[in-house]
Design a protein around this ligand. Structure first.
Ligand SMILES: Cc1cc2nc3c(=O)[nH]c(=O)nc-3n(C[C@H](O)[C@H](O)[C@H](O)COP(=O)(O)OP(=O)(O)OC[C@H]3O[C@@H](n4cnc5c(N)ncnc54)[C@H](O)[C@@H]3O)c2cc1C
Length: 297
């Protein structure tokens, strides 16, 4: 059954393009339809972007089935990827920074995008939720996580302290941030980001966790995120409400996906089972990650 509830997706048109560095392209999205977008107002606000097929002017529209707007037909669903909303402008436009890595539908599209090009944007999701008593923050990210890390720093309240560790490829990727918090930033230049092993897990372990209640934010490569999550939980003993540690992308994703497809049913059942037992989404995600690790993923 189809119906005509207001679409919960938005057409977004490129209105501006800036090359931030050899590795980062900033696109600003606007247009009439995007005025309906309601920002989450949370620092790691993330949307899925759906891209046109090569040669097409825009991706297809989502369809509404039983009140749910989505690409219900697997065969015609366009390619979609997650991106952080770096900033919402006063005019309601969305600023998004893309890593210009080799390969990939999203990176290739962003590298050649021009004003007037159109994508589909979903409503936002977010995870960053530090408890009110948080006195200090440790933030770590690579290039893909840099937009979220930058926004977290800029939105931190006064009377908090934050240490940020950022792994980039080039001096030109280094950015400056305005923050009400007391901030130190440690730049690790020339590693990770698909160009060799990342240094973030070691850098996080080398940093001395201060006394008092803290919160750890990590946004970067998936294997690095697992190493940091383990350290934070097992060595630092932090509870699930004390961190937001997310794998934003995966080195050699194609090989990983081929292995994952073979065990998808089995490991998905572990996640669903954890939720059914009454575990929170964060706890279920940890149990799911352990199940993946057990099968070598
Ligand atoms: C919540 C969330 C927020 C995100 N925010 C951003 C953001 O603001 N900006 C951003 O650039 N990315 C962001 N990402 C990461 C982005 O979704 C992935 O990098 C995505 O895989 C890119 O899609 P693609 O089509 O370019 O490459 P894919 O088709 O997914 O992958 C193709 C190849 O490129 C490699 N690859 C993918 N991403 C990277 C990378 N970052 N560096 C090096 N190699 C890579 C893969 O290993 C694979 O071999 C976010 C992810 C999440 C989950």
């Amino acid at each position: 059954m189809t119906d005509d509830t207001e679409p919960t997706f938005y057409w977004a048109e490129v209105v501006d393009r800036t090359t931030l560095s050899p590795n980062l392209v900033r696109l600003t999205f606007g247009g009439e339809d995007l005025r309906r977008y309601r920002p989450a107002g949370v620092a790691d606000e993330c949307v899925a972007l759906y891209f046109p097929a090569p040669g097409d002017a825009r991706p297809p529209a989502m369809q509404c089935v039983d009140g749910v707007w989505w690409y219900h037909d697997d065969a015609t669903r366009p390619e979609g990827r997650n991106y952080t909303v770096r900033r919402v402008t006063d005019a309601g436009e969305l600023v998004i920074d893309f890593v210009a890595h080799d390969g990939g539908v999203a990176a290739s599209w962003a590298l050649s995008a021009r004003p007037g090009d159109v994508v589909v944007v979903t409503p936002p999701r977010h995870w960053f939720a530090p408890p009110a008593d948080t006195a200090w923050f440790l933030l770590a990210a690579d290039l893909a996580g840099l937009p979220a890390l930058g926004r977290v720093l800029e939105e931190l309240p006064a009377n908090t302290r934050a240490h940020a560790i950022v792994e980039v490829l080039d001096e030109a990727d280094v950015q400056t941030f305005e923050s009400a918090a007391e901030v130190t930033v440690q730049w690790c230049i020339g590693s990770g980001n698909g160009h060799g092993p990342g240094v973030l897990p070691d850098a996080v372990q080398a940093w001395e966790f201060p006394p008092g209640e803290g919160y750890v934010f990590f946004a970067g490569e998936a294997a690095d995120s697992r190493a940091v999550r383990k350290y934070v939980r097992r060595e630092q003993g932090m509870g699930v409400d004390r961190f937001d540690i997310i794998g934003y992308w995966r080195v050699r994703a194609e090989q990983w996906l081929a292995k994952y497809t073979a065990v998808e049913k089995e490991v998905s059942a572990v996640y669903v089972g954890a939720l059914q037992e009454g575990r929170s989404e964060s706890e279920a995600a940890l149990i799911y990650d352990e199940a993946l690790e057990k099968v070598g993923l």
